[in-house]
Design a binder for this molecule. Structure first.
Ligand code: SF4
Length: 340
């Protein structure tokens, strides 16, 4: 167990339009996504504290440690009141007054522990953190909730989500339908086929759903992207977010060696230089955009172009730099949809 309790905290998303606040149930995440920004950003700041828990290298060991936060109801309620009472004029509009579960971990990951009894207790605790906090948000505030997960375990809470009506959006990260690719980039996360089945179940249960086609990989070719978007269109999402993978150099080698073990060939050349990555990223965003138009879901597509794609050097490589900059700004300024 981590020393600090689970509370609602402000987040500082830029150009994402996901939420104004976060609720994180743990430090660490058992899904072990190779591209995860958390160990290099949020968790690294907690390095000295993590060392006390036996985590020597928070980045290299990412995916091997999950420290659940304790539940202290008074502290949670106090953070809820602070969020609820924040004047709207002080909030970024693109956050939709939403609390996001979660931004630095996954609310529905499997909790592992060598002692089965301890594992059972910790899993129950994780479940209580999510359910109790949701009940309090629903009953003691007017805030919205955005759930983003990679886990089908979320199905167990569909009943609770329904009681929020339009105040809750449920979403999954689904960058590809290819289970083999997911095994490389998100080695311990549930398979894409399970995630798609969960999205279908959510849609059938009458929930408002969204999908993060993020991050897509260099190996996601047009056929794969088309198949993913067509499958997503069937679950009638409110918003479809998309961004291409943006990986840190030190992770490329780890990904490559894992792919070699599984006999998969990867396109790691796109990570060789900043320019190569930028060209790949722009191409991926534009491909998804034209596919969305073809499939008839362009109105719900919300692109997440990285800030660095707005540099003059990138713009000047485009056939029409002004149009390109206009296109970027439109995505950056967009406020994601929220059902009324
Ligand atoms: S599920 Fe999210 S927080 Fe967890 S490892 Fe993957 S990207 Fe990181």
């Amino acid at each position: 167990m981590w020393h600090a309790p689970a509370v609602i905290a402000e987040n500082n998303f830029i150009y994402k339009s996901l939420s104004n606040w976060s609720f994180n149930v743990a430090v660490g995440c058992s899904h072990a996504c190779r591209f995860c920004y958390v160990p290099s950003a949020a968790t690294i700041k907690q390095g000295p504290k993590l060392a006390e828990y036996g985590v020597k290298d928070p980045d290299a060991e990412w995916g091997d440690y999950v420290l659940l936060r304790p539940w202290e109801e008074e502290k949670f309620l106090s953070s809820l009141r602070a969020a609820e009472n924040t004047p709207r004029s002080e909030l970024k509009r693109d956050g939709n007054r939403a609390v996001m579960y979660c931004t630095t971990t996954d609310a529905y990951q499997v909790i592992h522990h060598p002692d089965p009894e301890r594992q059972r207790m910790l899993s129950q605790h994780a479940r209580r953190l999510v359910r109790r906090s949701l009940e309090l948000i629903r009953d003691h505030s007017t805030l919205n909730v955005r759930i983003l997960t990679r886990s089908p375990l979320a199905r167990a809470d569909f009943d609770l989500y329904k009681t929020f009506g339009p105040r809750l959006l449920f979403g999954m990260s689904l960058p590809t339908l290819r289970n083999d690719l997911s095994k490389i980039y998100e080695p311990k996360a549930p398979a894409p086929s399970q995630r798609l089945a969960t999205l279908r179940a959510a849609n059938e249960a009458g929930l408002n759903v969204f999908v993060a086609v993020a991050p897509t990989y260099p190996e996601c070719n047009e056929a794969d992207l088309r198949a993913t978007l067509e499958a997503i269109a069937e679950v009638n999402p409110v918003t479809i977010f998309h961004e291409p993978i943006n990986i840190r150099a030190e992770n490329v080698e780890r990904i490559q060696s894992h792919a070699d073990e599984l006999g998969l060939e990867l396109k790691t050349d796109v990570f060789e230089t900043r320019e190569q990555w930028q060209d790949y990223a722009v191409n991926a965003l534009q491909t998804v955009e034209s596919l969305a138009e073809e499939i008839g879901i362009a109105d719900r597509l919300h692109l997440w172009p990285d800030k660095s794609l707005g540099s003059l050097t990138v713009a000047n490589r485009m056939p029409k730099p002004r149009d390109y900059m206009r296109w970027l700004r439109k995505s950056w300024m967009r406020i994601s949809e929220w059902p009324q």
